[in-house]
Ligand binder design. Sequence first.
Ligand SMILES: Nc1ncnc2c1ncn2[C@@H]1O[C@H](COP(=O)(O)OP(=O)(O)O)[C@@H](O)[C@H]1O
Ligand SMILES: [Mg+2]
Length: 286
Amino acid sequence: MHDRNGDRAAVAGWAARWPTDAADAPLFGREDDLGLVEAFVADVRRSAGAGPLLLSGEPGVGKSALLAAAGRTAEDAGVRVLHTTGMPYLAQPGYSALAQLLRPAAEGRAACAPGRALGVALGCHTGPAPEYDEVARAVVSLVADLARDRPVLLIVDDVQWLDGASATVLGQVARRLAGEAAGMLCAARTGGESFFDSTGLPAHDLAPLSDAASEALLVSRFPALALRVRRRLMAQAQGNPLALLELPVALTDSQRAAAETLPGRLPLSRRLQDAFASRVTALPAA
Ligand SMILES: Nc1ncnc2c1ncn2[C@@H]1O[C@H](COP(=O)(O)OP(=O)(O)O)[C@@H](O)[C@H]1O
Ligand SMILES: [Mg+2]
């Protein structure tokens, strides 16, 4: 088993980069949340045993954008950032998210040597399926080893979509990192089912943007929106940045300028439909 390295490489190559729009755009109205993740990164840097922190919130509220900001802050401060993300709708081989997170750092190290549990989990070589607990212990010791060079920040996005093996192991790792010069920053959809056990982990709920921040975002990205249209979009988006960015896209130029009345029900862009689709399909038919 664990010999599907080709699949893993493809998955890792696609997802290892930050989502580009999340990495470049300025964040509106997130001063407090940025302060929190920056303090977290500072703890990692000071080798203060930052442990885990879980960001939670609705689809589109800005979890990945905040993770990207934390990752940039950490890299700028000389922290080694390792990143992985769960992915929906993909039949993923076991440990694919863990491999994406650690394989680049583990390759060439003892942890990846033949006969080692972690090497099998990461697909460095084949062998009997290792126990979760053994893999979790090997991950903690690899991270501790890496952290002797410089502090390490593990970023795990969309934990609700991690493959089961990675979720189980990373849930255990999150609890065992205290005391290392390392931290683990995770993000999850509110209420998302997951193998990742977040019970008792420190969590921070990302609230919707304030009206002022929502308006600033709209004005900056869609300066041609008529005031009336802007207010209507803000009422509809309820502080969700993804909705604020996507609702205007589905309008015509004359609708944006309020030269034409808006329909009673605003059209939803594909991206917006996708973001909330899993919520809708999970609802009872009625
Ligand atoms: N505070 C913000 N200001 C401006 N744009 C934002 C903000 N938060 C998120 N975005 C943008 O909104 C979209 C959705 O954010 P994202 O981080 O992907 O949400 P989530 O990960 O919670 O589903 C992205 O395009 C992101 O760049
Ligand atoms: Mg996200």
